[in-house]
Unconditional design. Structure first.
Lengths: 291, 385
């Protein structure tokens, strides 16, 4: 090793791939890696004060926001599960019933993907309100008493909003995966007597596992990071989501320390799923290369 | 040959065009107007003040810069001016700034502003006590108020015949009418924050110390626990609405009968047909917070006479009447009586019907000093939820 070093320095020749990688890597480091590292660092510093690293921000997070962290986690897990189940059912329907009705439905179903979250939030806000569209419509049918309407500015309403927005997105990915499965597999299963549920559970879902998991990972991390919907539905309530708390710390206190500590909690929540996603993507890429 | 002459002609046109544009800019003086506040303040600067002022002063170009809502927005302006001072910058970048009360405390301590107000021709209309002392410090001469924005309790007179006259009466009312009072907590907008601050003033009776004289005393914070525990009890019989707008919407849809709102939003919603015009306002004892926004001129403003001219324009009875009161429904920064001729009587009566100028003097309180303000918000998270 020591004998090689002077020779390399003497030649001063960088392998060409370093040059090629340089712009992309610099961009990644400056725009993604550095903010991420700096956010983690700042979570150990009390903003506006000199001094070393401290756990004070995390103590405050534990004292004031542990309920909100648990709530965020519960909302996210529940909705990821809900979105997964419903999206698989819809995708199976679109895969197995290919006619005009399903084509039309699947076209309409793509609409929510293109509607921004802030619009969805405003819509849910007036749709789910105690005297909003949903409750007044149910009252017209005699199902709900407007003096005691359904209260939906809570876990239930939030889940409805997330499901409305995220199911179509998940369907887009999962349905794409189902399309890749050749009809012969389904026909083969049918011909030896498989009923619909076992065709779904033992043929379609296992063969499409990777795209289902990718969809769930993306939905999961989007739900954790969403601010507008929780802010506009349950902003002032207790518990609320981490994103609302982060906005509160920054807007009212300019307290980036606690805000970053809350941020770190959400990074941890997405870390495992993100790691899984990356690993499966790398595996896919390797498979493609070897093919 | 032909191609060459076309190229020459093109170059000449570009060169002349460039000179012409530069000439046009050279003649215009630039006025940088930096504003804190929500995006409505940016719109106010860009769509109302700048074009209006430029129409009267064609040689001036007004540039509006927006820093963001709340104290944080004011803090950004303060940090900018302080940095200029530390760098010994003789001619700064900012001509006029529009700021919240807390800014005055910070910048007076650092001597960043110039006294200009008494030199303006609209000084004679300024009677608000907010323009003389703010958060316990003397600011007379350094500010001109643009408007006073105030919170109050809005109610639906169909269900509420005698609105509570104090926080104590409100507590009783809520016990008798569970689920019919709504506010937006402290994370959904400042009308909820103002309601909570008013609650602490009412429970402790220490408005003067918390908002006017200070000083900050950690022991005070610990003494609030019972006040917030009472608020926690109170919260069991109310609903938390979805934001400042959420309270007004819930009131309009009949979901709640009463709730704290910003007075300007209340009237604006009414004018736009988003709120039933029968709704009324009440300002309970000991009062609720509101805040003015102030015009200031930095000490190193490059062109103080022009800055003053801009402020004179915006605080003139004409603009105060047409824009501040009639269009945006704030209480004016200058004395209401100066506007009497300029505002239709029905607008004047509507705005001062439930909350009279005398009520505003007595019960239009200030937000607490910065340290108390932060402590009160955090105490809410600690004890009231």
């Amino acid at each position: 090793m020591t004998s090689l070093q002077p020779k390399m320095w003497g030649e001063r020749k960088l392998p060409p791939y370093v040059l090629l990688l340089f712009p992309a890597v610099t961009f990644m480091v400056l725009m993604y890696a550095w903010p991420f590292i700096s956010s983690v660092l700042q979570s150990f510093i009390i903003s506006g004060k000199e001094g070393g690293l401290t756990l004070a921000n995390y103590v405050k997070v534990w004292e004031l926001y542990r309920k909100d962290i648990a709530f965020t986690f519960a909302v996210t897990i529940f909705n990821t599960f809900l979105v997964g189940v419903v999206a698989v059912i819809f995708s199976v329907y679109f895969r197995l019933r290919q006619n005009r009705v399903s084509a039309l439905l699947s076209a309409i179903f793509k609409l929510p993907i293109f509607i921004p979250f802030v619009v969805v939030s405003q819509m849910m806000n007036s749709f789910l309100a105690p005297h909003g569209l949903l409750n007044t419509a149910l009252a017209q049918l005699g199902l709900v008493n407007l003096d005691k309407p359904l209260q939906l500015f809570n876990f239930a309403g939030l889940s409805f909003g997330f499901a409305w927005k995220q199911i179509p997105f998940a369907v887009l990915i999962i349905h794409g995966g189902f399309q890749m499965i050749d009809n012969s597999y389904i026909e083969a299963a049918r011909s030896i007597g498989a009923k619909l549920p076992s065709v779904i559970l033992r043929v379609l879902v296992p063969m499409n596992k990777s795209s289902i998991i990718v969809a769930l990972v993306l939905v999961y991390s989007q739900i954790i990071g969403t601010f507008t919907l929780p802010y506009m539905l349950i902003g002032g309530k207790v518990p609320t989501t981490i994103t609302v708390d982060i906005a509160h710390r920054v807007n009212y206190f300019r307290d980036f320390g606690v805000a970053n500590a809350l941020g770190v909690c959400s990074y941890i929540m997405v870390l495992f799923t993100a790691a899984y996603y990356l690993r499966s993507k790398i595996k896919e890429a390797r498979q493609e290369v070897s093919q | 040959m032909k191609r060459k002459s076309i190229a020459m002609a093109f170059l000449l046109i570009v060169a002349f065009g460039f000179l012409a544009v530069q000439g046009a800019f050279a003649q215009k003086s630039r006025l940088v107007f930096m504003t804190a506040g929500d995006v409505n303040m940016l719109a106010l600067g860009q769509n109302v003040f700048a074009p209006g002022f430029m129409a009267e002063n064609p040689n001036v170009q007004v540039i509006t810069i927006h820093t963001g809502p709340g104290n944080a927005g004011s803090q950004t302006i303060y940090e900018k001016l302080l940095a200029e001072k530390k760098a010994n910058k003789a001619a700064g970048d900012v001509d006029v700034a529009l700021v919240h009360e807390i800014f005055m405390k910070w910048s007076m301590d650092q001597d960043l502003l110039q006294p200009y107000a008494q030199m303006t021709n609209t000084w004679k209309y300024v009677t608000s006590p907010f323009a003389k002392t703010s958060l316990g410090i003397n600011i007379e001469g350094y500010v001109m108020p643009l408007f006073q924005s105030q919170t109050a309790i809005a109610y639906n007179p169909d269900y509420v015949k005698n609105p509570p006259k104090s926080y104590a009466e409100l507590k009783e009312w809520v016990k008798k009418n569970p689920g019919k009072f709504g506010y937006n907590g402290i994370k959904g907008g400042a009308s909820g924050v103002a309601f909570v601050m008013g609650w602490v003033y009412a429970e402790t009776g220490k408005y003067k110390k918390y908002a006017v004289t200070g000083p900050f005393d950690k022991a005070e914070v610990d003494s609030w626990e019972p006040a917030y525990k009472a608020l926690k009890e109170f919260n069991k019989n109310i609903v938390i609405t979805a934001g400042n707008v959420g309270t007004l919407d819930a009131l309009n849809r009949g979901e709640i009968w009463m709730g704290p709102v910003w007075v300007d939003m209340f009237f604006t919603f009414m004018n736009e047909g988003k709120l039933d015009p029968k709704m009324r306002l009440a300002l309970p004892e000991p009062g609720m917070p509101g805040q003015p926004m102030f015009f200031v001129i930095p000490k190193n403003a490059p062109n103080p006479e022009l800055s003053r001219k801009f402020i004179e324009y915006v605080t003139s009875p004409k603009i105060q009447a047409n824009e501040i009161v009639i269009r945006f429904n704030w209480y004016p920064g200058i004395d209401g009586s100066a506007l009497k001729g300029s505002i239709p009587q029905e607008v004047f009566d509507k705005i001062y019907r439930d909350v009279t100028p005398a009520d505003l003097q007595k019960k239009g309180l200030a937000f607490p000093l910065a340290d108390y303000y932060n402590a009160m918000l955090e105490a809410y998270e600690r004890w009231a939820q």
